[in-house]
Write a protein that binds this ligand. Structure first.
Ligand code: PRP
Length: 191
């Protein structure tokens, strides 16, 4: 692994591409803790159901849950993933349904990233059909410049430019999800 003039963990390679550190573990941990504290305060006296959207949200969801200090439940759903065609076709399908009965419950949908916004809109609409008491959304990352379908985002970790990001649950051809920091393609300009 080449380190150039950066610390060793600041550079990673995935599928032959070079990536450099964008959000380090401390920055992520601090922000996730803030979101957890806000959720704990906002839902005091209630027991929200957090619904993680597989696969990408698993690491964010795990850390977010550990920073929530009230009682809560967790469940998962999974959407079809067609890469770019999903975006152009506008077709999103549900591959795994939630198991929880969410009628009358306070639901928080948890995503790793909102890009076009298509997935989040689909999930909010789908979850709303089950008559929950309330629906809010949480996403670690929001590519705000890429978003074409605006859905209400209640808890946002980081608003980011239109960058290709990997790590902390986010993949590059299914790899790199296990990295505990978030990296961008080397050469992409964050600001
Ligand atoms: C990613 C991410 C969101 C969606 C966001 O999932 O986890 O679900 O894309 O994109 P959008 O705002 O343009 O709809 P992906 O389909 O890559 O599957 P994964 O979670 O298994 O990586």
């Amino acid at each position: 692994m080449s380190t150039s003039n950066l610390a060793k963990s600041d550079i990673v390679y995935c599928r032959g591409e070079k990536f450099r550190l964008y959000l380090d573990r401390e920055t992520i941990a601090n922000r996730v803790a803030e979101l957890g504290a806000r959720i704990s305060a906002d839902y005091e006296g209630r027991v929200p159901v957090l619904i993680g959207v597989l696969n990408g949200s698993f690491m964010f969801l795990a850390d977010l849950l550990r920073s929530i200090e009230i009682e809560c439940e967790v469940d998962f759903l999974k959407l079809s993933s067609y890469g770019a065609s999903k975006i152009s076709s506008g077709v999103v399908r549900e591959l795994k349904k939630i198991d929880a009965d969410i009628e009358g419950r306070d639901v928080i949908i948890v995503e790793d990233i909102v890009d076009t916004g298509l997935s989040m809109q689909f999930i909010v609409d789908r979850i709303s059909e089950d008559n929950p008491s309330s629906v809010r959304t949480a996403t670690l990352l929001h590519k705000h410049e890429a978003t074409r379908v605006e859905s209400q985002l209640d808890y946002v970790g980081f608003r980011i430019k239109n960058l290709f990001v990997i790590g902390y649950g986010l993949d590059y051809g299914q790899l790199a999800r296990n990295l505990d920091q978030i990296y961008i393609l080397d050469g992409e300009e964050p600001q």
